[in-house]
Ligand binder design. Structure first.
Ligand code: SF4
Ligand code: SF4
Length: 111
């Protein structure tokens, strides 16, 4: 969970294609847990995973914290933080997870 986008976002869209978990969405867009991973191939997944959810933000890009693994298992550092031109992708200190937990999440999404 742990990266968030602040109100300083200029909606450039640079971060969205860089996310290996498709955890970043444009403001106003609906999102699903099964977007951009292999959850849909698993059996007996909760209905919640397949349903479109309402946007978390309407005017700026947003990160679905349940899908973010801080890029653990893919890259050495969070790609959204590296690419954002205005440094508005920051650690969400209210949603900290250990490296082990993040790796567990990555394996759950992609294996
Ligand atoms: Fe996606 Fe990585 Fe940014 Fe999380 S830290 S939102 S996984 S690019
Ligand atoms: Fe917003 Fe930064 Fe993503 Fe651009 S890269 S959309 S400014 S969070």
């Amino acid at each position: 969970m742990s990266i968030k986008i602040t109100k300083e976002c200029i909606n450039c869209g640079a971060c969205e294609p860089e996310c290996p978990n498709q955890a970043i969405y444009e403001g106003g867009k609906k999102w699903r847990m099964i977007d951009g991973n292999s959850l849909k191939e698993k059996k007996n997944i909760p209905i919640y995973f397949t349903k479109y959810q309402n946007p978390i933000e309407n005017n700026i890009y947003f990160i679905v914290s349940e899908k973010c693994t801080e890029c653990v298992g893919f890259y050495e550092e969070p790609q959204c933080i590296s690419i954002c031109p205005v440094n508005c992708c920051v650690l969400d200190k209210k949603n900290l997870e250990t490296k082990d937990k993040l790796l567990e999440k990555k394996i759950f999404f992609h294996n």
